[in-house]
Design a protein around this ligand. Structure first.
Ligand code: MRU
Length: 361
């Protein structure tokens, strides 16, 4: 195990000028292969998001922002109305890629505000350059935001603790540094040793494929467990805190995250273990009063019945595959965002730390 911090992973980056392309790590190939793909049009970005080549709420938002730049490339030298019409069409299209992570819609809305708020005399090529600058800003802000989340969250953990996480809320799920895993990274950087239990996270194994890969790469002790082992591991006293990410947080603090998160929160409560959620303010959706209104993605049954291509259930059997669940706020000890720690999470404490302007529709 190496103690040196490895080069950060660039989950996704833009190559070239406004006529350039988006390069991203193909997360479906990890941990076997660290390979990148290039997206040169909105269709390939849509497909990358839908098939989880790029995934995790903040990373999806950054990908969509760059996807919009790809979308307007055919109109670089057209008139403003044609340019804006293509922009809107591309934004509506990219918005259909996945429904739960609000960062997707947040990033698209932010990009559209730049375009529609621009000086009407601006040549379309310059407008596209402003959009590219905005996409770069979204990516750069995500890196800084995640570092702040890590710093705040690390104060909640103690030297030598066992911590559990579900799914992957690491560098791969963001531009570079992660949310839940940022808390572990920052704890490690401040000299605290942790032992992380990574739920494997059925059916697509983001925990064992991606979280374990990231932690191992950074020299943080990690043990992969079956999702169904979490209760036993907690009963054995191995876990002193749970930290997970989020795809959307309602105004009252209810949290949508990877399917299985709710179960982990119930288990943590039963064992008296604090359950923390780390997420940037771009993941808060203050337009929704509670988590019941968060749209939950349902994914193909084959992800369960044909795990990674092999039949893992009898032919023709029904399978139910919600990709996310909602953890009620009363199971959450604290939300960790870039502005600090919100505890206990409720509509009052959330509103006090997060200005409504940070979640414009
Ligand atoms: O289906 P996925 O892999 O995109 O689900 C990702 C998660 O549930 C993450 O925990 C969440 O997006 C937070 S990422 C910082």
């Amino acid at each position: 195990m190496s103690s040196a911090t490895p080069e950060p992973c660039s989950t996704l980056r833009w190559i070239g000028d406004v006529a350039g392309r988006l390069r991203l790590i193909d997360q479906t190939r990890l941990p076997v292969q660290l390979a990148e793909i290039e997206c040169t049009d909105p269709e390939s970005v849509w497909k990358a998001i839908r098939t989880l080549q790029v995934r995790g709420a903040p990373a999806i938002g950054v990908a969509a922002a760059y996807g919009l730049v790809l979308g307007v490339q055919p109109a670089l030298d057209s008139d403003r109305s044609g340019f804006l019409e293509l922009l809107e069409r591309t934004a509506s299209y990219l918005a259909t890629s996945r429904p739960t992570a609000v960062n997707l819609f947040w990033a698209l809305a932010r990009m559209e505000r730049v375009a529609f708020g621009s000086d009407a005399r601006l040549p379309t090529r310059e407008l596209a350059e402003r959009l590219l600058a905005e996409a770069h800003a979204i990516r750069a802000e995500d890196i800084a935001t995640c570092q702040a989340i890590g710093r705040h969250g690390a104060t909640l953990l103690q030297e030598g603790q066992g911590v559990l996480t579900h799914c992957n809320a690491g560098g791969l799920a963001t531009a570079e540094y992660g949310t839940a895993l940022a808390v572990f990274f920052a704890a490690q950087e401040s000299g605290k040793r942790l032992h992380v239990y990574a739920d494997e996270t059925r059916p697509l194994l983001q925990g064992s494929r991606l979280t374990a890969w990231e932690l191992q790469r950074r020299g943080i002790e990690v043990t992969v467990i079956c999702d169904s082992a979490a209760a036993q591991v907690m009963r054995e006293g191995k876990v002193q805190a749970v930290v997970v990410g989020a795809d959307r947080i309602a105004a009252n603090g209810d949290v949508a995250n990877k399917i299985g998160t709710y179960g982990v929160a119930v288990l943590a409560k039963a064992h008296g273990i604090p359950f923390y959620v780390a997420a940037p303010t771009s993941t808060f959706d203050l337009t929704l009063d509670c988590g019941q209104r968060i749209p939950i993605e349902h994914r193909p049954a084959e992800e369960i019945t044909h795990g990674f291509g092999q039949p893992t259930a009898p032919a023709g059997v029904a399978a139910y595959n919600p990709a996310f669940d909602v953890t009620p706020a009363d199971l959450i000890a604290a939300l960790i965002c870039e502005h600090g720690i919100i505890s206990p999470p409720n509509s009052g404490t959330i509103a006090a730390l997060i200005s409504p302007n940070s979640r414009e529709a």
